[in-house]
Design a protein around this ligand. Sequence first.
Ligand code: UDX
Length: 467
Amino acid sequence: MRIAVVGLGYVGLVTAAGLAEWGHDVLGIEANPERLDVLRDGRLPIFEPGLDGLIARHIAGRRIIFSATTSQIASVEVAIVAVGTHDGNGGWQTDTIRACLGDIVPRLADDATLVIRSTLPPEFLPSLAGLVDGLRAASGRPEIPVVINPEFTREGSAVQDFLFPDRVVLGVVRDDTGSGERTLRMVYRAVDAPILAMPAPDAVLTKLGANLFLATKISFANELASLCDQFGADVTSVVDAMGRDARIGTSFLRAGVGFGGSCLPHQVSMTIRSAAQYSMDTPLLKAVDQVNHDQRTAFVDRMEAALGGSLAGRRIALLGLTFKPGTDDLRDAPALTIALSLLGRDADVVAYDPMPTARAATRRMMPALTVVDDVWAALADADGVGLVTEWPEFVSLDWSDVRAVMRGDVVVDGRNALDPAALDAAGFHYTGFGRQVGSARRTVRGARVRRREDTSVTPLIASVAFD
Ligand code: UDX
């Protein structure tokens, strides 16, 4: 099938590459000339494992062609809109998608299907069908089917997530004859997963609900970790044992500095804001958000407590800048908030991340932070090590060697990724989140820092118990 993907950001590029892999002919449209030059050069403007090879192969085989304009849009059977809806400041914006629709909708073929893959604010949905119908009517063209097709791909495994999804969701905005749904089922015919067609509001809430639930699981795990610290339990064994109950499962229950990235934090905070516009309270989501932000402060508090109560002049090796391994994305990365907070408490912070592009971007964004190009340069003479992103290169460090180059003996593990017993054996004072070390169980240095001074109940539990 001949398919246009409009907007070659993260979502659009992965979609374009995956569709080409399934044998469709893809017209990738990108308005930003610099981004397009990079793509035409055979390079990628983002880092995503496996994506570069796929794109290069399909450019060479002419399955993907790139264009700066929408001039060929009339020739496609399906137009997939994947332009951004973030305002770059923690909010939504719909100017870009409105402009995009204004450009392409009047020129789409009468038998084409319009697909929206961008994540939409729920309040935009009621106006979408009218907007598209109006654009068609103004150009004297008949109505076309409009279907929402949210993505559920994770950075770092987006190509696999696209090619092998758990489900495909189709949200019908307008599809009077059912031809839109039939077309989309053809687009996804290679997929061995359920294709779930539903009304558009259900699809929007499915996308939002999935991310809100994942965020809730992580904040739950973080609160559970605090309870474990308080009562001397180890959250990793607790989650493992809990998760063997098929109703619970173990995924997305890893405690630590909490969730970052472009999706989870933004969708939690924006849903709280969207609901508030309609005078609706969202106590659970507010608690999820609060727990998540408190984790970053808790990390800095733990480092301070483990170093004897003051960070002033202490040298901290900060391991990891990206919001998770396998990406160079720094959007809402916990490491950046943590670095700022450590600097604010007068620590001498030396950061390292395996992704050169993430190091360069951090240097531009935070000139006050020292970012080095080698992990050992970060570790040398450090009083404490703070692990914020669980890159395999950090987890597999020989910690006896690390101890030998450091001045101090403190490790704060913000991802519960290291082996506490091994670090104990290497002579470190290890602090994780809800993890206890052998003989020091219940009295791990710094592990029992109280995050909130005035509550006897933790926020998630409070929101459930009292609302
Ligand atoms: C997320 C959703 O998973 C994906 O389905 C959606 O399409 C986009 O948003 P992504 O932002 O790539 O994907 O990252 P994800 O793997 O979900 O991790 C988000 C954050 O949560 C990361 O900072 C990660 O470190 C953190 N996390 C994840 C935890 O703190 N604990 C966990 O148990 C899992």
